[in-house]
Design a protein around this ligand. Structure first.
Ligand code: SF4
Length: 110
C-alpha cells in the first residue's frame, strides 16, 4: 500500500475538519429552527432535516443560513441549487435557461 504524503495527510485532515464544521452548522440550524416561536416549528424542523439529507455537504451551509432567514443572497443560492438538483450546480446555474424565472438576475455563479 502506498504511503500517504504530508500533503495528502493535510488534505484529509482539512476535509475532516470541514465535515465537522458543516455538521456543527447543521446541528445549530436544526436546533434554532426547533426553538422558533412558530406553530409550524415541528413540521418545519422535520422538513428541513429531510431536505438536508438529500443535499451534498457542500451546499448545506448556504441552505442553513437561508432557512434561518440570515441572508437573502444565501436564500437565492440555496434555491437555485435545489432547482438544478444539486448535481453539477455551478455549471447548471451558470447555464440556467429559466430566462423568465424571477431569480434569474440574482442567481449566483454568473
Ligand atoms: S434562476 Fe435558474 S437555477 Fe435559479 S431558481 Fe431560477 S430557474 Fe432555477
Amino acid at each position: 500500500m502506498a504511503k500517504l504524503t504530508e500533503e495528502h495527510k493535510k488534505k484529509l485532515s482539512d476535509g475532516r475538519q470541514q465535515a465537522k464544521d458543516i455538521n456543527s452548522h447543521v446541528k445549530t440550524c436544526i436546533t434554532a429552527i426547533s426553538k422558533q416561536r412558530s406553530p409550524e416549528k415541528a413540521v418545519r424542523t422535520r422538513l428541513v432535516e429531510d431536505r438536508l439529507k438529500e443535499m451534498p455537504s457542500n451546499t448545506k451551509k448556504a441552505y442553513c443560513t437561508a432557512v434561518l432567514g440570515k441572508s437573502r443572497v444565501a436564500g437565492v443560492k440555496a434555491f437555485c441549487q435545489m432547482c438544478v438538483g444539486w448535481e453539477g450546480y455551478v455549471e447548471n446555474i451558470r447555464g440556467c435557461t429559466g430566462l423568465d424565472c424571477p431569480l434569474y438576475p440574482y442567481r449566483p455563479y454568473k
